[in-house]
Design a protein around this ligand. Structure first.
Ligand SMILES: CC(C)(COP(=O)(O)OP(=O)(O)OC[C@H]1O[C@@H](n2cnc3c(N)ncnc32)[C@H](O)[C@@H]1OP(=O)(O)O)[C@@H](O)C(=O)NCCC(=O)NCCS
Length: 168
């Protein structure tokens, strides 16, 4: 995975990002969407010019997207302006090889440089890989909401993980 370039996403990356997302819709509780999304799913995020909002992709030399990570609004109320929610999705064959770590290291460096005070991640349970990635990048668990999602015929808990900007 070290051959992949990590850079800001462009509109050309949207179909590749959505393909990865829709695989997670179909096979995981990582997203609580239950219906596949269209190629414009991430277009609005990409259009954000707000400092602290980023969309990064990991691409190969041919331009194929193997994973992505983003930071964006947690809740649209002014007092939440110093907070961002972050997330990351990789193609199945790109997982477990350090790519999530590379994407998050770059994402968090950019978010920190923008002066974001704290990042939140909402991790549907269970997800050992996501919890390990968040722990490794400075997040800690701060609480669990019980049975707030219903997918694949069962109730799903969500754990909130939080990282304060290191120099905050
Ligand atoms: C979660 C995800 C992004 C992690 O990325 P990744 O590239 O597989 O993880 P990395 O290889 O960078 O590993 C990061 C850490 O997690 C650990 N880890 C990776 N996969 C793991 C697994 N299946 N179980 C336990 N730990 C795991 C690694 O050992 C590493 O920890 P370390 O730095 O302490 O050694 C990826 O598995 C994925 O896209 N999953 C599907 C979508 C998803 O769940 N997204 C998260 C939504 S909250």
């Amino acid at each position: 995975m070290n051959h992949l370039e990590i850079r800001s996403a462009t509109p050309q990356d949207l179909p590749g990002m959505t393909r990865i997302y829709n695989d997670a819709v179909d096979h995981t509780v990582a997203t609580f969407d239950v219906e596949r999304r269209g190629d414009d799913h991430y277009a609005e995020r990409l259009g954000s010019t707000r400092p602290g909002d980023h969309v990064l992709v990991a691409v190969d030399a041919a331009g194929a997207v193997h994973g992505y990570a983003f930071s964006g609004t947690y809740r649209p109320r002014a007092a939440y302006d110093g907070t961002r929610e972050v997330s990351v999705y990789l193609a199945e064959d790109a997982r477990g090889q350090g790519l999530g770590r590379r994407l998050y290291d770059e994402l968090l460096a950019r978010v920190d440089a923008d002066g974001v005070h704290t990042c939140l991640a909402v991790i549907a349970q269970p997800n050992a890989a996501s919890e390990a990635l968040h722990r490794a990048t400075g997040f800690e668990p701060v609480g669990t909401l019980r049975e707030v999602g219903h997918k694949f015929g069962h109730w799903v808990d969500t754990a909130f993980w939080q990282r304060m900007r290191p120099d905050a």
